[in-house]
Write a protein that binds this ligand. Structure first.
Ligand code: URA
Length: 249
């Protein structure tokens, strides 16, 4: 039953039809799913929502937010990769909670991200949102950033020069947020952060460190769109991550 619910959750199912008649309306979430959601919500509130509980935490969040705004402005003005700078509509800096305990680290903006200036809003982004929600989190609980802040034309993979040019931006961004956990999505993110040439297949499902952050790597959502059978590996990786975070799945 648990495995079935997990796999339904990964494919975006949040409600199940009733099997037996009871006092609830037919639109009500199934009792099993509701129970799972409620128990997660309790853990989530205590372990993830560290904002607004005291003024020190709130002001640290505001400080991070304003430091990120300064860095975002520098990124907007950056023209170091002239090909990317002249082709872009927007730079895509990052989004989410500056005081998040987890950062999800992707590769580079695609067409929708370039058009909107927001990370992970296209098809891969919708799948990432489902993965995050399957972990009983929301995009407001976490922070999302990419290695590159500009879209490589035609969605080609970033080259090593471009990754090197953006390196100081993503490192500074991570330093400001100072997350406890970083989840690298795909080869480019994993190899860039960990400074390795190891394949994602070898890197996933294992723990690494970056400064004081615990790092886990998994497949990129775009890869999952092409290879849905790899979703079970991503779910295994998410379970490892949530276990260390103290979120019960
Ligand atoms: N893929 C990424 O790696 N990042 C995005 O923002 C969108 C798609």
């Amino acid at each position: 039953m648990r495995q079935r619910l997990e796999s339904l959750a990964m494919s975006g199912v949040t409600e199940l039809p009733r099997m037996h008649s009871d006092r609830r309306s037919s639109n009500t979430v199934s009792p099993v799913v509701q129970e799972v959601k409620e128990s997660h919500a309790v853990v989530k509130k205590s372990s993830l929502q560290k904002t607004e509980t005291n003024t020190a935490t709130t002001s640290s969040c505001e400080l991070k937010r304003s430091q990120l705004e300064v860095l975002d402005q520098q990124v907007r003005e950056c023209r170091t990769c002239s090909e990317l700078a002249s082709a872009r509509t927007n730079t895509v800096f990052g989004s989410g909670n500056p005081a998040a305990r987890i950062c999800f680290f992707g590769e580079a903006p695609g067409a929708e991200e370039d058009a909107t200036g927001q990370p992970f809003v296209g098809r891969a982004g919708q799948l990432l949102t489902k993965i995050i929600e399957s972990c009983t989190l929301s995009r407001e609980d976490i922070y999302i950033l990419n290695v590159l802040k500009c879209r490589p034309p035609g969605n080609r993979p970033p080259d090593s020069k471009e990754i090197g040019n953006c390196r100081s931006y993503f490192l500074k961004q991570l330093e400001i947020i100072s997350p406890e956990f970083i989840c690298c999505l795909g080869t480019t993110a994993a190899q860039s952060l960990l400074e390795t040439q190891e394949t994602i297949g070898k890197l996933r499902g294992r723990w690494f460190t970056h400064g004081t952050a615990h790092v886990i790597c998994t497949y990129h959502p775009s890869y999952l769109l092409r290879n849905p059978s790899a979703k079970r590996h991503v779910w295994d990786d998410m379970k490892l991550l949530m276990q260390r975070l103290g979120v019960e799945l």
